[in-house]
Design a protein around this ligand. Structure first.
Ligand code: LMR
Length: 396
């Protein structure tokens, strides 16, 4: 049976990491996968996570199954993080949330849920979007289409193009929006633009799906949720996929959440029964360890405060690195304007290099970027930024 298979190419993001590991050049720099690194190039376990794990080790009573929805405490704490404690959807009891295996698990569950709502559903994703969005939704059987988003020439947002396209989507379609820290462009909507998108969503009637993979990595936990909370205030139905990989540094623990908002408490209970069924037939129930860590942190004043600090440190380093590379490129004689990097948000920006130049950076300088020239901003430090800027200058 396997004879009929043809080998697939390596994943455009994860495949880079394999090449990087094999590279023996001591100067090599990994700007590929979106994993936070500190000044020393490590991805440490957060202190608050270590303490929560310690606590868990001594207090955990059982490894028995939980349920397809995961831990109720994690779910309710996540709902407060996503919406803020006083949001109207919580007061009106119109949100249901389940724990999922990472943000990707949430997206896949959302995709299958959408398919259950409408067997020929279309989901619109930004052009460009995270390389795995297309695959996840196509695998769930959805039609995937794109709306304009990033203006490569002007290194800015094509907001008019985006808004005009959203006005034309079908009322039963789903539109995926990156809640903050757009992956791969780093180009986010401002508050006024979110308001316009919310108006269009209400007028057209499409269902927004908010991908919230980086809450706290942009300007802060509250500001990063601005557009999401506004949309949740404006529309009747919405889907949210969250990840705890980046903001809690729990990448390999695979913990995220899928939230649905319905028009009423009764309507969302019915929808939730379908969501739980979807989870049950894919993976039965989510892993528990990551959820236990997050709920322990979020329910302890001490650990929560420590987490805020550690999250701020990560965010500040990324924002500092944005300015650093812009300054270093100028210092090393690059005349092309890269100031867009310091205006963007989150883990990524496009350098705006051609695929050949990206390849040259890899072949000649052991600098690893995704082919689109997406750069993971946390991947360099004060120690190697000069080498990075010089190498970019050379390929330019
Ligand atoms: C990325 O975009 O690099 C991250 O979200 C990691 C991944 O799974 O692709």
């Amino acid at each position: 049976m396997f004879d009929s298979l043809k080998a697939l190419p390596a994943d455009p993001i994860l495949g880079l990491g394999i090449k990087y590991k094999k590279d023996t050049n001591p100067k090599k720099i990994d700007l590929g996968v979106g994993v936070y690194k500190d000044e020393a190039g490590n991805t440490p376990v957060l202190n608050c996570v270590k303490k929560a794990e310690q606590h868990r080790l001594t207090t955990e009573q059982s490894k028995a199954y939980i349920s397809p929805g995961g831990s109720p405490l994690f779910n309710s704490e996540m709902a407060k993080l996503i919406f803020g404690a006083d949001h109207k959807v919580l007061a009106e009891d119109r949100a249901r949330i389940i724990s999922t295996p990472g943000g990707t698990g949430a997206l896949r569950v959302a995709g299958e849920f959408i398919k259950s709502c409408k067997s020929d559903a279309t989901i619109w994703v930004s052009n460009p979007t995270w390389a795995n969005h297309n695959g996840v939704f196509a695998a769930a059987g959805l039609n995937v289409k794109t709306y304009p988003y990033y203006d490569y020439e002007n290194k800015s947002l094509d907001f008019d193009g985006m808004l005009n396209a959203l006005k034309e989507v079908g009322k039963d379609d789903v539109v995926l929006l990156h809640a903050c820290c757009h992956n791969p462009s780093g180009m986010d909507l401002n508050k006024e633009q979110w308001q316009q998108v919310a108006e269009v969503a209400k007028t057209v009637g499409f269902t927004p799906l908010l991908d919230m993979a980086y809450q706290g990595f942009g300007t802060g936990l509250e500001d990063d949720a601005y557009g999401l909370r506004l949309l949740a205030d404006t529309v009747e139905e919405m889907i949210i996929c969250s990840s705890c990989s980046k903001n809690f540094g729990l990448y390999r623990e695979r913990i995220g959440a899928c939230t649905i908002i319905g028009s009423s408490s009764i309507a969302v209970d019915i929808a939730n029964s379908v969501l739980l069924y979807v989870a049950r037939v894919i993976y039965s129930m989510p892993p528990a360890h990551g959820a236990a860590i997050v709920e322990t942190i979020l329910t302890s004043d001490e650990l929560r405060t420590e987490w805020y600090g550690e999250l701020k440190d990560m965010r500040d380093r990324i924002n500092g690195n944005r300015k650093l590379i812009v300054d270093k490129l100028i210092e090393h004689g690059v005349t092309q304007d890269f100031s867009h990097i310091s205006r963007q948000m989150g883990m990524f920006s496009f350098l705006g290099l051609s695929p050949e130049q990206v390849q040259q950076l890899q072949d000649d300088y052991s600098i690893y970027l995704v082919g689109s020239s997406r750069m993971s901003i946390a991947g360099y430090s004060n120690d190697n930024v000069d080498y990075l800027a010089q190498s970019i200058a050379k390929v330019l």
